[in-house]
Design a protein around this ligand. Structure first.
Ligand SMILES: *Cc1c(COP(=O)(O)O)cnc(C)c1O
Length: 380
């Protein structure tokens, strides 16, 4: 079976993991800081904190920015549910802004209009989670300008966008946001099993995130509330969680990061190849726009809804998996129960009826991709 996405693991990764297993520390050892430094250098971020998964990273971003009951978080309906759930975890309310069909990202015009109305109604969001869907960066300069005007924090959900670039700088540099979050789930750009990270621009925020990721416990004597000097003493100062990454995972991540460039190049090559073979078919293809470079986490085409399920079955019969990214979050039963309904975000809903994700990952061979291409071309 050709999956829609999967990890690429070589001998160097296996060796790195075995080395940790033979060593002293499986968790809270030296590999975490090394992974954080390596990632920070790659994404040109001032501060990085590694955590146990991308969802925990989003939760910590919201907590560290002070999101709480009575607050509001906005995001896009076309994302994984975690982009919205992180707001609910903090007791906040969640709302959405419809997408721009050209980029499938949050629509800047709709965002501006909704912020304008929200200000009039006295109900501005505290946080906007901007998702770089499929790896294609949102127009961060425009988002940052609106966020400044309305006093909204910006969290970039870059689970799809490790290795992507916006205006010549890597996603994660936080030039246009308060925090950026990543996921290292095996289908994402690099894999650590489960895994995630946050990057941010200030040491204060980073301290807070690190503290919240380990129960809210402070071990730095300079930051204690009580002036205890005993070496065994620590203070729980916040209500945090155990959201740590292990050294086993960090060791895997360090080797994967060394291959990031290779992964992104291969993904871009495969996307280009798909696009060239599909140009004259009745499909909407993914494309970039000025000043962005996508690491292409997934390859999503749009096809007429009447044909989609038949094509999915056709692919399946040839041992090719496909997928849909995403069924709109606001139409999930849990969100319908919160009050959302069909018709709330029509562009997202119409996109979701046509979206089809085809296999894309670095180890997908040209021959395997040819099989996918042939199946689609013959079908249409
Ligand atoms: C994968 C993903 C997440 C969550 O990451 P996990 O590591 O699986 O918790 C969050 N947001 C988006 C957009 C994702 O694709």
């Amino acid at each position: 079976m050709i999956p829609y996405g999967r990890q690429s693991i070589g001998q160097a990764e296996i060796d790195a993991v075995v080395e940790v297993l033979r060593g002293e520390k499986l968790t809270q050892g030296p590999k975490i800081a090394e992974f954080e430094r390596t990632l920070a250098a790659q994404i040109q971020a001032p501060f990085v904190a590694a955590v146990c998964n991308g969802t925990a990273a989003l939760h910590l971003a919201c907590l560290a920015l002070g999101l709480k009951a009575g607050d509001l978080l906005w995001t896009t309906p076309i994302s994984f549910v975690a982009s919205a759930n992180c707001g609910l975890y903090c007791g906040a309310q969640v709302d959405f802004v419809d997408i721009d069909p050209a980029t499938r990202n949050i629509c800047i015009k709709k965002l501006a209009a909704k912020l304008h109305l929200a200000k009039k109604g006295g109900r501005l969001p505290k946080i906007l989670v901007a998702v770089h869907f499929a790896g294609l960066p949102c127009d961060m300069a425009a988002i940052a300008e609106l966020a400044r005007e309305y006093g909204v924090y910006v969290v970039e959900d870059a689970a799809h966008a490790l290795g992507s670039e916006y205006r010549g700088r890597p996603i994660g540099s936080c030039q246009y946001s308060d925090v950026t979050t990543f996921s290292f789930h095996p289908v994402k750009t690099i894999a650590t099993g489960e895994g995630g990270a946050l990057s941010c621009g200030t040491e204060d925020l980073w301290q807070r995130i690190k503290c919240l990721a380990t129960h809210g416990i402070e071990r730095d004597g300079a930051r204690f509330t009580h002036h205890q000097k005993q070496p065994w003493y620590y203070e729980q100062q916040l209500l945090g969680y155990n959201y740590r990454l292990t050294d086993i995972q960090a060791a895997l991540g360090i080797v994967q990061l060394q291959r990031l460039k290779e992964f992104v190049e291969r993904r871009r090559y495969l996307v280009d190849r798909y696009n060239r073979h599909f140009t004259n078919l009745s499909l909407v293809l993914p494309s970039e726009y000025a000043h962005v470079r996508s690491a292409w986490h997934i390859y999503v085409v749009e096809i007429s809804p009447e044909l989609r399920d038949t094509l999915i079955a056709q692919l399946q019969s040839r041992q090719i998996a496909s997928n849909v990214h995403y069924y709109p979050i606001h139409l999930q039963p849990y969100y319908r129960y919160l009050g959302f309904a069909e018709g709330d975000f029509p562009l997202a809903e119409s996109y979701a009826q046509r979206a089809l994700t085809l296999p894309l990952y670095p180890d997908l061979t040209d021959e395997q991709q040819d099989m996918v291409i042939d199946t689609v071309v013959n079908f249409l």
